[in-house]
Design a protein. Sequence first.
Lengths: 193, 192
Amino acid sequence: MAGKRESNFINMVSTLLVVSVVSAMALGSVYNMTKGPIELAKQKKTEAAIKMVVPAFERIETVKVKSALEADSLVFNRAYVGDSLVGVAVNTFTKKGFGGEIKLMAGFLPDGSIYDISVLEHKETPGLGDKMQASKSDWAQQFKGKNPANFSLKVKKDGGDVDAITAATISSRAYVDAVQRAYETYLQNKGGN
Amino acid sequence: MNQWKNFSKGLFKENPTLVLLLGMCPTLGVTTSAINGMGMGLATTFVLVMSNLVVSLVKNLIPDKVRIPAFIVIIASFVTVVELVMQGFMPALFEQLGLFIPLIVVNCIVLGRAEAFASKNGVFSSIIDGLGMGFGFTLSLTLLGAVRELLGSGAVFSVKVIQGDLMLVFVLAPGAFLALGYMIAIARKFNN
């Protein structure tokens, strides 16, 4: 291998330096190029989820409120037509999922009943727990139109009214835990502003 | 050297997944469906070709003793590029594969080809080698994904073929080992 550079100190340090600097510059420019589209994609996803879980609206007011169950805060997206509130999309979560955290967007009507729920993020088992996604099965349909005031948000095994997903009780429990968190926080902040 | 040989050895005789058994972590992790396997395979192919290209260009400028860290930095940069571009322009695919994209860095195939092939061969041969290895990887991942998806949820590329509940174990981790084991056995039968 003629022309190969010798492995002396100066050569090694300078090579690694050049390689790192060039890579860093390349990455910096790619990051700048993709920053916009990445933000846009995330925003679109949230917007689509809000649209799904509350009735048609004209504008959205986004506020952070303290969770009813712990020190964390949840994001409330209040949907208005004119000046009247038509629904609230609550960005809620649970840490009790089979595969860790689950993030949901739960939509409530002003009377406290559930309009619809959409799954934002989950790491549940494909084929079992992922049936919570509306695209995978109708399981989440059972929440539509139910008012948690007279619909106990617990799976039937725990004495509630929710049918658990077959072979995915833990995922189902986590799901209702997230909805419960959203509902209680919603009740606490309903009259507020 | 015959370029077709460079290309086809990645597909069959030295197929990274089925013969060399490299890169098992993404192989077992992402192949829950055919489309996931294909996405992962194509992302890896891109990284392989680019890193082979760059490594073969700079091979004489890099002193032997620091070649591995230099290669790793080059590979990691390309992986990050793939991650950012995918996140920005293919958010649906990124949601499925996001977790596994950074793992391409430690995929032995990429470093293995840089070390074993690109650092000893010309630019063109290295690109062909990267393409061959990448397609071999894509092919076996897609196949494995399709088999698992079919047996586990009765669908191929999300198109339902068999109705009803099937052998769920194939979508879970143990099914990956089972399906992969049978595929390796079949590949060995044909290669002999």
